[in-house]
Write a protein that binds this ligand. Structure first.
Ligand code: AMP
Length: 248
């Protein structure tokens, strides 16, 4: 399969994505919710392979910007990276502007899996407006649930590939060779915001800002809650059952 390269999402501007596979007649348009560490990113990668839809992670945009030449960053982006480093949420206006600049990704014929956006009710309302403007609707919002102590264990063991951003876990999803990505051979590292001092702040931000989204999407009849306990494959299979019910 010609996997989505996410150039437009990660770089914005005049970038182009190259893929040649045929889109599904009815693409999936999904929001993924869940506290940091529940395995949302791993599910997004697996779902992206199965459903063709690109994983649109706002966190990945910030990490791509961080790796870029600082002289090329806008002041808003420089500020945003400061928030990210501390584990705090980036202000709504900055994030919403970034997503608006990437409207083509929301209209992509392959659909999308939004991962990490929206993260506040204000962002969810902005997303509703953006989709309405182009006559599109979300299929559903998948809400991954996991007890807090397990969330902390998962986050502190997570490692990410510097090159292709694939995620691993030192205990539950180790790479074949230590510190090396199975897919591209890139170096694995621990994200700054996966360190214990940032983890606490991120979980607080989730409770305060993102948890209310569960109620928001539940009211809109879009919420599907899924237990994130067990192996990535078990969670993926549960997710596919939910998605197949939704499509009938
Ligand atoms: P993630 O990879 O989704 O955990 O995002 C990493 C960090 O990027 C978060 O801790 C925030 O600082 C920032 N971030 C990503 N997405 C958003 C968003 N939708 N709203 C505010 N901040 C965000």
């Amino acid at each position: 399969m010609n996997k989505c390269d996410r150039n437009v999402w990660l770089q914005g501007g005049n970038s182009v994505c190259c893929r040649e596979d045929k889109p599904l007649p009815r693409p999936y348009r999904i929001v993924l919710l869940g506290a940091p560490g529940v395995g949302k990113g791993t599910q997004a990668e697996m779902l992206s392979e199965r459903l063709q839809a690109c994983q649109l992670s706002t966190g990945d945009i910030f990490r791509a910007a961080k790796a870029a030449d600082p002289a090329t960053l806008t002041p808003a982006m420089r500020d945003a990276l400061g928030y990210m480093q501390r584990g705090e949420l980036v202000p709504d206006d900055t994030v919403i502007a970034l997503v608006k600049e990437r409207m083509t990704c929301l209209q992509c014929p392959y659909g999308f899996l939004l991962d990490g956006f929206p993260r506040t009710v204000h962002q969810a309302e902005a997303l509703d407006e953006m989709l309405q403007q182009v006559n599109l609707r979300l299929d559903c919002v998948l809400n991954y649930e996991l007890p807090l102590d397990e969330v902390v264990t998962r986050l502190s063991g997570r490692r990410t590939c510097r090159e292709c951003k694939t995620t691993y876990h030192v205990m539950t999803k180790p790479p074949r060779k230590a510190n090396m990505c199975d897919k591209c051979g890139g170096e694995l590292y621990q994200r700054e915001d996966d360190r214990p001092e940032s983890i606490r702040v991120r979980l607080q931000a989730y409770e305060q800002s993102t948890a209310p989204l569960v109620e928001y999407y539940s009211k809109h009849g879009l919420l599907r809650s899924i237990s994130a306990a067990g192996t990535p494959l078990e969670v993926f299979e549960r997710t596919m059952v939910v998605l197949n019910e939704r499509r009938i």
